[in-house]
Design a binder for this molecule. Structure first.
Ligand SMILES: [Zn+2]
Length: 382
């Protein structure tokens, strides 16, 4: 089959690779109909993960049709149209039984190769190196889906592929962020990053009853999109003092909940420093801590850099902040999100700004990486 493979830093290629096969009785094979780029792919693309090997297939977020199911798969049949949650989780461990699939103990096929920074494995993930399970991703014609009853979800007829695709990762991650932030009716919520996850975090916060949601970014098209489709208030951090503006919009107290959805939080300041800009600006994480009200919650999403220098821990204790983090979504919210999509309460298809055949995957990733041509997500069809 054809698949989009990592080759070397900043180099991808569509290659012929072996078809996936059922390896145990709970597996299914899915023929991919759509797959999307994801911000967490960018450090991999840049070659920053030493465990990624040439030929590994990327692709965290995908949707397709079941073409083969192992004998222990109960919830799915051949022909089902399914969206597959980005987290690979067993469904039976201590964490999974409590709905915290992203912390699954059995998501990795090689638990000895845990995340080298933390010496502990969490849920697996499609299109990731061995520390995250080493499962081949969705930028391919076919994918092997382990624990298919746990991670694959039948898509309601009323929900089209382009919408349902984002129930795999971006929508449940956004929902989880709002939940970790304990967003309540009347809250003022600030989200750094107007990419797909940031926009869907904003949407989730509004669905949970937030009074105002502010999205912070510097890309005009993304800010306009967040405003139009998510109902968020856009703020360009190049033109605004964000903590002071958030105090103004929250009766002087600061945002109740601050969410970082910028992929790798310190990267912005590093990028700006390299570009000779913004050397006097705090990075997004510092900004979020400073913008949060006393007793508020700061949620950090995504593949954050492993270590952050000069973290303002004093502000966390002095102002009684709660700091929470998540790298992957749980699976328990996917059916609810699909249901909201079917009722038209949650629309996501606008995020697929670029639809390309899988053969154009390298070009799609270049657009996505550079945020060129207004790219929010590049979506591929095999
Ligand atoms: Zn588990």
């Amino acid at each position: 089959m054809r698949a989009l493979c990592w080759v070397a830093a900043d180099e991808l290629a569509v290659r012929e690779v072996p078809d996936p096969e059922l390896r145990n009785e709970r597996d299914a094979i899915v023929r991919v109909r759509r797959s999307s780029t994801s911000g967490a792919d960018l450090p991999l693309l840049a070659g920053r993960d030493p465990l990624l090997r040439a030929g590994d297939v990327l692709g965290t977020e995908f949707l397709g049709e079941v073409v083969e199911a192992g004998p222990a798969v109960r919830r799915h049949r051949v022909g089902d149209r399914v969206v597959v949650g980005a987290s690979v989780a067993c469904g039976g461990c201590w964490y999974c039984r409590r709905g915290r699939h992203s912390c699954c103990d059995n998501g990795s096929t090689d638990p000895a190769t845990a995340d080298p920074g933390w010496e502990r494995s969490d849920a697996g993930c499609f299109g990731r190196p061995p520390a995250a399970g080493g499962f081949a991703g969705g930028h391919a014609e076919y994918v092997r889906v382990p624990y298919a009853d746990v991670g694959a979800f039948r898509v309601p007829d009323a929900v089209g592929d382009d919408r349902a695709l984002f129930a795999a990762d971006a929508a449940p991650t956004g929902w989880l962020a709002a939940e970790l932030g304990d967003v309540r009716p009347g809250d003022v919520v600030a989200v750094w990053g107007a990419g797909a996850v940031g926009q869907l975090t904003a949407r989730a916060a509004l669905m949970r009853g937030a009074d105002r949601v502010v999205v912070v970014d510097r890309h005009e098209e993304r800010l306009r999109m967040a405003e139009r489709h998510s109902g968020a208030e856009p703020l360009d951090y190049r033109r605004t003092d964000i903590p002071s503006e958030l105090r103004d919009r929250s009766g002087g107290r600061g945002a109740d909940v601050c969410v970082l959805a910028v992929g790798a939080p310190p990267a912005r300041s590093v990028t700006e420093r390299l570009a000779g800009r913004g050397t006097d600006r705090p990075d997004a994480l510092h900004e979020a801590v400073h913008a949060c009200r006393k007793d508020g919650v700061v949620v950090v999403l995504g593949g954050a850099e492993a270590f952050v220098d000069a973290f303002p821990l004093g502000a966390v204790t002095d102002r009684r902040l709660t700091l929470r983090g998540a790298r992957r979504p749980d699976l328990r919210d996917v059916p609810m999100l699909l249901h909201r999509m079917a009722r038209d309460e949650l629309r996501t298809e606008h995020l697929a700004t670029h639809q390309l055949p899988l053969e154009d995957g390298p070009h799609g990733y270049a657009l996505f990486r550079d945020r060129a041509d207004g790219c929010v997500r590049a979506v591929f069809t095999p």
